[in-house]
Ligand binder design. Structure first.
Ligand SMILES: [Zn+2]
Length: 291
């Protein structure tokens, strides 16, 4: 074991309050593609253009097919040892701990993470919420697939893409099936008011939940000994502010990422562990979670 891991273990044993801040890198070894690169297309639509309130307003059937496909992908991925290590940490009674995740894939919940210590700041593919302004209906951790009969077949799309991955050069010129037209009454509807339901993810142009941000603020206000920055550059608000606040209070930072900027490691309050979070986290957290 290298010197910095030994130092980290020594410090970890003294920690009473810990925060984990997670991003896409945590789920990569579960097989989930990230938004960027050649996989940033779905049926020739740019994925980023589909993740907006406007897109949903214009064609909810199209956006729901996209999210149905993403739900299917996530459901067919398994939580990895990184998710599981954090879930174990969440079960310890002698440590105050929360996980703040930017991921919407539901893998932390499925790894048996304590729900009361998990903040999905960008929402979840498995949350549904009512689009009516006067209705507060939300359905958490709904893992049903497909959500309606009309949303069947998005999984076939996924299988086709997976098959295509084995054939060279096909990824850059995907020949997707045309998108079905789906009537609004064949999409998920609110059981209270019968209005349209939408995916409970935070879309581009929307704000994060104030209530979630407040709960995180309350936790971070009482000094945190350590923040684990996992699979994210942590440079986007509010993630960057959490790291700064922990350092400001005298806490330390440990970064787990496949690519770490050397410039971020100049302070000795920061450890950097380069590699796959799914392999590194169980090793790094071993002194606390190895029963
Ligand atoms: Zn409703």
């Amino acid at each position: 074991m290298n010197k910095s891991m030994i130092e980290f273990h020594e410090y970890l044993k003294s920690c009473k309050r810990i925060v984990a801040l997670c991003g896409a890198g945590l789920s990569v070894s579960s097989g989930l593609p990230t938004f960027r690169g050649s996989q940033g297309l779905w049926k020739n639509f740019n994925m980023i253009d589909l993740a907006t309130p406007d897109a949903f307003y214009i064609d909810p059937g199209l956006v729901w097919q996209f999210y149905s496909w993403r739900r299917y992908q996530a459901l067919h991925s398994q939580p990895n040892n990184g998710h599981k290590a954090l879930a174990k940490l969440s079960k310890l009674e002698n440590i105050d701990f929360i996980t703040i995740t930017q991921n919407v894939d539901g893998l932390s919940i499925r790894s048996n993470h304590d729900k009361s210590k998990l903040y999905e700041i960008h929402g979840s593919l498995f949350e549904l919420k009512c689009t009516s302004f006067t209705c507060n209906y939300k359905d958490h951790n709904n893992f049903k697939h497909p959500l309606t009969n009309a949303l069947k077949e998005t999984e076939e799309e996924f299988e086709n893409v997976r098959k295509r991955r084995f054939q060279e050069d096909q990824l850059n010129s995907p020949q997707f099936n045309p998108v079905k037209e789906i009537n609004e009454d064949e999409l998920p509807r609110c059981p209270i008011c019968n209005d349209l339901l939408r995916p409970g993810v935070v879309w581009f142009g929307e704000s994060l939940s104030l209530s979630i941000l407040n709960q995180i603020d309350n936790f971070i206000e009482q000094s945190v000994d350590l923040i684990l920055v996992v699979g994210t550059s942590g440079t986007v608000y509010p993630a960057n502010s959490y790291v700064d606040r922990v350092i400001h209070q005298g806490g330390k930072v440990a970064i787990f990422n496949t690519d770490i900027e050397e410039s971020s490691l100049k302070d000795n309050e920061i450890w950097g562990f380069k590699g796959d979070a799914a392999e590194l986290l169980p090793i790094a957290l071993k002194p606390l979670i190895d029963e």
